[in-house]
Design a protein around this ligand. Sequence first.
Ligand code: ADP
Length: 352
Amino acid sequence: MNGEGPATRSHALLEISDLAVAYGGHTVIDGLSWQVGGSGSLVTAVLGPSGCGKSTLLRAVAGLEQPTRGVVRFDGQDLAGVEVHRRDFGVVFQDGQLFGGRSVASNIGYGLRMRRWSRRRIADRVTELLDVVGLPGFEKRSVDTLSGGQAQRVALARALAPHPRLLLLDEPLAALDRRLRDELAVEISEVVRAAGVPTVVVTHDHAEAATMADEIAVMRDGAMVQVATPSQLWRRPLDEWTAQFLGVTTVVDAQVRAGIADTVLGEIALDLPDGSRRLGLRPESVEVVGPAGTDDPGGSLATVVLVAELPAGPRVRIETAVGEIDAVADESVAIGDRVRIRLVPERVAVIG
Ligand code: ADP
């Protein structure tokens, strides 16, 4: 580290220009350019569907894949020819890749022994990291006896142990069940922020990306589509593909005039210039306000075709002017009810 915080750095920490990576003759990444950490973000997520090349990108940054073209710079230094272990990057993979048959301490201390730290210093660092990842006293445990979540915590501790300049996490939660994923996503984010280590995390799960990252880079077919903060991304996805990948289920046309967007589902106030727009709706973007007789001049009418009582409240499927869509309801509604709906301006995505 050069002592400069991410907020004061004048250039991006990681700069990738025109990167291409191929397996055999098959090009997976072609002309990818991307800058990480220039806007003061510490944790950046690479979010994209399975097979789009996220892992390949991360491996190329780590030095585990050789690019066929392009430049990867870290802190201004071209990494071409810099060996994996000389990059000082920590890497955590989906399955942790711990050294089986060995103790937790031996795994966490691995990179420190390579760097010829003294035994005493290694032992202190291992203990410190086990506290950080919530596994105090686990030094002597064999890694073969750990649960999936514990193993990933140990893998994180091992990656952080030598004070890496950059942490690369490749789907670190993918092998865990839902509840544990949510819990660990928060924990990992807290741990890397406390350690102050710039982190790139690869995931195909947008909730996980939003939980962990300040900035999200959406990747598709080996290229970056859009880089934005989570809230910018939900509100202003670049195109319809991105909107749908991020959970938009219905796209409606809107005509904006004087700050009011007019759609077949009703009107909403949107602070946009006059003209035609496409709006992306998620279930939370459409709300049942009451029975059809309810007064709401901006709304429209729909018929309930399905009701699911979810923990957060009723989720309904309704027949509308644009076909069946999902919506949320405050109070109980029943199948067959004729209801009034409204669009929720802050939960509608403006596409493009
Ligand atoms: P993601 O992480 O987004 O799921 P990957 O980077 O793992 O995507 O893979 C991108 C593409 O490259 C996929 O089509 C995958 O099958 C292919 N691929 C990945 N690793 C290899 C490899 N070692 N050899 C050949 N093809 C690979």
